[in-house]
Design a protein around this ligand. Structure first.
Ligand code: S3P
Length: 442
């Protein structure tokens, strides 16, 4: 399927964004391994989320979808049943990696696999620490990727110094730590999204987090090494979870309103957890006009309504500890940078190469097609803002974030743009094009 996108005259309106996908995966997982019924509202409905639900249903968990909520009938820490079939994580790295952490602690063997993209992404990053804890996880094809064969063992606590700031790696180890016979700690080079730690705490786990930096400012300060420590746990207890709007999905609409002239957009109830809100920080550094209204906090996750107005953007440097807090937003930031005044440098972002596609390559290929001045580098890219993009035929490469980023580029470009394989947005945001149409005046 392909989508034709025309330039927009303005972006106007008020929208709600579906619930945060990262928080949703964790809600299903922790709901399944806790005692009682976890009640999830404002849930996203997308292919990645369905993959996580499907895996737990295969292990005997009842998940009931009502119009306004999802109920997960938890069976406790040791209540999962051996699946009779391969656990299919689809396109979802979060499903595959976090699930591996839980499966490492079960008393049955299992196999996790996914689609072509997922089965080419690196799994050694979780295999190594989980096997160090006592699990026996093998890459079936011997290439360090899924499909993975997981044979449990007796798990021991470890102190793991992770070479990457990855919430998926950290979370897999912490979840396995629930089943270990001692304390488990994970140190990462800088703090990645901390939804697992916050939610584990709310479900009753004994978990603490420590920042190594002297900087104790609570705001958007996520610099420096960080360690999370979890103690083995008797049981977790079901929770009521209201999921905030996904900032990674909101980012496309924020960018659209910033880039298209005469725009004003209100986006309600967006999650602004500081470990996720690096996109707002980068926008601020570029001179964006975004007001945070009605800030609040529920279950330790922060929310705000975002009022976004058209802005003249400047180039910026995006690097270091900011990177893990906006890693999924780099495709749309690259689009913004190409329409900004001056140079934008994105560095320390090697992780872009191991996402749903190699996003250094896929961003570069598509921005070049639209006439941008972009130079890929080993760990990011340099973009000379040219203030203008030309409509083109864009290859989504079946990567949802590439499809959405370039649909927004098309709104601010001249001429018509075709997004190929646009149906890949279903991975995280099936309603994306409908919502875009709703707020766009062409
Ligand atoms: C996610 C963590 C990030 C992110 C992904 C979702 C999560 O991946 O890119 O889309 O939910 O934990 P890494 O942990 O590999 O950085």
């Amino acid at each position: 399927m392909q989508k034709i996108v025309h330039p927009a005259r303005k972006i106007k309106g008020e929208i709600q964004i579906p619930g945060d996908k990262s928080i949703f995966h964790r809600s299903i997982m922790l709901g399944s391994i806790s005692l009682g019924t976890t009640d999830i509202t404002h849930f996203p409905e997308c292919a990645d989320c369905q993959a996580t639900i499907g895996c737990f249903q295969k292990m005997g968990i009842a998940v009931e979808k009502r119009s306004d909520r999802i109920l997960v009938y938890g069976k406790g820490l040791r209540g999962l049943k051996a699946p009779s079939d391969v656990l299919n994580a689809g396109n979802s790295g979060t499903t595959a990696r976090l699930l591996s952490g839980i499966l490492a602690g079960q008393n049955f063997s299992s196999v996790i696999s996914g689609d072509k993209s997922l089965n080419s992404r690196p799994m050694e990053r979780i295999i190594k620490p989980l096997n160090q804890m006592g699990a026996d996880i093998q890459s079936i094809n011997g290439n360090g990727c899924a499909p993975l064969n997981l044979t449990p063992g007796t798990l021991h606590g470890i102190c793991y110094d992770s070479p990457v700031a990855s919430a998926q790696v950290k979370s897999a180890i912490l979840l396995a730590g629930l089943y270990a016979d001692g304390e488990t700690s994970v140190t990462e080079p800088s703090l990645s999204r901390n939804h697992t730690e916050l939610m584990l705490h709310n479900f009753g786990a004994s978990i603490i987090t420590m920042k190594h930096s002297a900087d104790k400012k609570p705001s958007l300060s996520v610099t420096g090494k960080a360690t999370a420590v979890i103690k083995p746990c008797g049981e977790l207890f079901a929770q009521k979870i209201q999921i905030p709007g996904d900032i990674s999905s909101a980012a496309y609409f924020i960018a659209a309103a910033l880039l298209v002239p005469n725009s004003e957009l209100l986006i309600k109830n967006v999650g602004i957890n500081p470990t996720r809100a690096g996109f707002l920080k980068a926008c601020q550094n570029m001179g964006a006009n975004i007001n945070l209204l009605n800030e609040s906090s529920k279950a330790e996750e922060n929310y705000a309504d975002l009022l976004v107005k058209t802005s003249e953007l400047n180039g910026t440097v995006i690097e270091g500890s900011l990177i893990p807090t906006l890693i999924d937003e780099l495709p749309i930031l690259a689009v913004m940078a190409s329409l900004a005044e001056g140079t934008t440098v994105i560095k320390d972002a090697d992780e872009l190469k191991v996402k749903e596609t190699n996003r250094i390559d896929t961003i570069t290929a598509n921005l070049k097609k639209m006439g941008a001045n972009i130079t890929p580098t080993e760990d990011g890219m340099i973009i000379e803002g040219c203030g203008h993009l030309t409509g083109a035929t864009i290859n989504s490469f079946l990567d949802h974030r590439i499809a959405m980023a370039f649909a927004v580029a098309a709104l601010a470009a001249s001429g018509e743009t075709i997004i190929k394989d646009s149906q890949c947005v279903d991975v995280s945001y099936p309603e994306f094009f409908e919502t875009l149409e709703l707020i766009t005046n062409t």
